[in-house]
Design a protein around this ligand. Structure first.
Ligand code: PEP
Ligand code: MN
Length: 272
């Protein structure tokens, strides 16, 4: 399989895997109407393309905040439409696919669900693009196989996401397997984005890793942003404040420019 196997994936006015480098940004979880509205306004103003936000949250502890569920989904959709941003949110079970697909533009399969085959079959039957995150102990081959389940069962619109894997290192939440990005692009022909928030778990490392992600040729980034990271109900330590996010966008821009030139050139070479 080569990079040219699949057409770019259209989301709103963007072509993911084509010549649009997409930045998906927003809170780990939708907490309140004010929180999601303020975040959508801030990320839209700073130049994000897509709004992220969890409503059904897979949490390691049963005592942690599990998300607002359907109410969160509705708030996210409202915030997206208010600020002209398509929205992405996680779907945790096959039973939730229809309702999440009603409100979300992209369905996120979380790291913990990469091999939930009932869920993969269910999203394969939906007409929404899928963001498939790498299982935290999954090889690239296993990830490509999960993507295949979705594609073979009817949905070719799969975007992959490197979000770090478990290693012996403990200084960061996960270890970013950055070379998996071009590797998976080549192996699968699918767009691959990077999540520098979950890959590091450390706010100050998000922007440096994001820059590397753009430089290595990722098709986009997904990053956590919160109005008051210290007070976030989940993943505050790896969330950017609004001013951090503006700085993040400024810092990736020069590399994004080079990315655009190279991608336009590569697509033109393929077409000729
Ligand atoms: C998330 O995006 O908030 C999330 C839970 O990510 P992951 O599935 O990569 O842990
Ligand atoms: Mn999170």
């Amino acid at each position: 399989m080569t990079r040219e196997t699949y057409a770019p994936i259209r989301v709103g006015r963007y072509e993911i895997g084509g010549t649009d480098f997409v930045v998906m940004a927003g809170p780990c979880a939708v907490e309140t109407e004010r929180q999601v509205m303020r975040t959508a306004a801030a990320v839209a103003r700073a130049g994000a393309n897509i709004l992220r936000g969890g409503a059904f949250k897979p949490r390691t502890s049963p005592y942690a905040f599990q998300g607002l569920g359907l109410d969160g989904l509705k708030l996210l959709a409202r915030a997206g439409s208010e600020f002209g941003l398509p929205v992405i949110t996680e779907v945790m079970s096959d039973a939730q696919v229809d309702v999440v697909a009603e409100y979300a533009d992209i369905l996120q399969i979380g790291s913990r669900s990469m091999e939930n085959f009932a869920l993969l079959y269910a999203v394969a039957r939906s007409n929404r693009p899928i963001l498939l995150k790498r299982g935290m102990t999954a090889t690239v081959e296993e990830m490509a196989a999960s993507a295949r389940f979705v594609i073979e069962n009817g949905n070719p619109n799969v975007i992959l996401c490197e979000r770090g894997i478990r290693t012996f290192g403990t200084a960061t939440r996960n270890t970013c397997d950055i070379v998996a990005i071009p590797l998976l692009q080549k192996m699968t022909g699918l767009p691959v984005i990077l999540d520098p928030s979950h890959a590091t778990g450390v706010r100050d490392l998000i922007t440096p890793l994001a820059r590397a992600g753009v430089a290595i040729g990722a098709d986009g980034l997904i990053v956590e942003v919160h109005p008051d990271p210290q007070a976030a109900w989940s993943d505050g330590e790896q969330s950017l404040s609004f001013t951090d996010f503006e700085e993040f966008m400024r810092e990736i821009e020069p590399i994004r420019e080079i990315w655009r030139d190279q991608r336009v050139g590569a697509m033109a070479a393929c077409a000729s």
